[in-house]
Every structure is written in structure tokens, then in C-alpha cells.
Ligand binder design. Sequence first.
Ligand code: NDP
Ligand code: 8X3
Length: 251
Amino acid sequence: MQKTILVTGATSGFGKAIAEKFASEKWNCIITGRRKEKLDELASSLNNTYGVKVLPLVFDVQDREAVFNHLSNLPAEWQSIDVLVNNAGLALGRDSFDTANLNDWETMIDTNVKGVMYVTKAVLPYLTERKKGHIINIGSTAGKEVYKDGNAYCASKHAVDALSKAMRMDLLPYQIKVTVIHPGAAETEFSLVRFKGDENKAELVYDGYKALQANDIADIAYYTANLPKHVCINDLVVTCLAQANSFYLHK
Ligand code: NDP
Ligand code: 8X3
């Protein structure tokens, strides 16, 4: 039977690559994001290229009501979700604790932490009812080590790490797998968003080494989602060859 994946933040970067990878393997896809045009474009492309069914849903994961409105009453044919990927997220700014912007902090916490909680809560009934499913959370090396000027972003990704552990324990009775993938530096729109459209600053992040690419994370997500029923990768840290951890990057 054809499987279904729901991936948040599918308008660019990891989320888009994950949707493309699973669609290429004939999974039907529920894709979400705020940028409707990009989402519709991806939906058509997946449908035309791979012949899979695609349901694009436009909402902001920070908006609790919107999350539940869109996800709680999915059409019956879309309720058998096999894999949920909590990927939507962002960093805003890279500033010292004393000068960082409070609005940036709130957006990161609301998106990266509360967004994951809202989406998971809204989707869980479909998984618990069937006693089956797999939640893949996208954390970060920033969720393993705090780096200078990373404050709230690192805190939000430490929260994703903690939430993943909590989900894994609490969902054991339902036979739901929980995997958290923690990537290091990866070349997506991430730095452009972090540095608020400053292309020079964003490009510098990936200058002088080969960073992870979005399709690397998509391949890993696909691998973790296709292991035997009794096998679950709990926690996976992945960096490019040039990076050892949050602190050591060889350029
Ligand atoms: P991108 O900026 O390329 O993609 C981020 C995605 O998240 C977009 O599709 C965006 O869609 C979506 N998104 C952001 N905010 C919201 C929101 N409030 N509501 C709904 N969707 C939202 O970055 P990446 O692909 O790199 O990032 C994906 C995840 O990976 C994030 O959680 C990030 O923290 C994490 N990560 C990234 C790393 C990197 O170096 N790139 C390394 C480690 C982890 P839209 O704008 O259309 O809403
Ligand atoms: C993104 C990787 O090092 O910019 O989560 O925090 S880093």
C-alpha cells in the first residue's frame, strides 16, 4: 500500500528535499509552509514527476489555531500518516545575549519549539489510533552544544532534543518511532533567513568548505524511515567532513 509522509517547512531546504525524496519513492505527501506559491509549485512538480498525490497546506506553525484547523480534520484519505517530519524552523540573528532582539527570540521559540509541539499534538491521534507511525524531528548540532551568540536558537534546538526524548518514552505503548536528526552546517536558505536577507553574510557561512546539502538530510530521513519495524534510530548527529561539532569547522 502507498505510504504517506507529512513534512513541515517544505517550501525550501531540507523539507523540500525530503518531500522530493519520499515522492520519488512513491510516497504520497502532505507538505506545509507559509509561502503558498512555492508550496503549490512543489505540489505540481511532485505530482507531475512522480505521479504521487500531494496535499499542500499553507499555515504558520506558530499559530496554534491554524495548526489544529488544518491538521485535526484531514480528509479521510490523508489520515493514514506513516511519517511526520517536524522540520519547519529557523534562526534569527546571531547576537550576544545582552544585545539580541526579543522578537527574534520569541519567533524562534514559537516556531522551533511550540510549532513542533502543536503539529505533533494535532497529528498524533492519527498515529496512536493505528498504533503505528514514525515522528522524525529536525534538531541541530546547536541542540547538542551551545555556541557563542547562539543563545535562543541553541535553546530552541535543545528543547527539540528534549521533546524528542519525551515523545519516545511517552509514545512507547503506541509503537510509534521517534527519531531526531541533528545536522551541522547545511547550505539552504537557513543563513539567508538568519541574517535577514544579507546575501554576503549568508554566503560567508558556507565559504571555503563543502557544507551538508539538503538532499543529504533527505537521504538520511528516508533511511531512518525505512528500517525494519523493530529498529529505531533514536538520535543521529550528522555534519559535513569539514565540521567536528558546533565549535570546530576546518576551512
Ligand atoms: P530553510 O530556511 O531553507 O527552510 C525552512 C523551512 O521552514 C521553510 O520551508 C519555511 O517555509 C519553514 N518555516 C519557517 N518558519 C515557519 C513557520 N513559522 N511556519 C511554517 N513554516 C515555517 O532552512 P533549512 O531547510 O535549513 O531548515 C530546516 C530545519 O533544519 C530548521 O528546523 C532548521 O533549524 C534546521 N537545521 C538547519 C541547519 C542548516 O544549517 N541549514 C542545520 C541544522 C538544523 P516558509 O518560509 O514558506 O514558511
Ligand atoms: C544550524 C546549524 O551551526 O548554524 O542549526 O547552528 S548552526
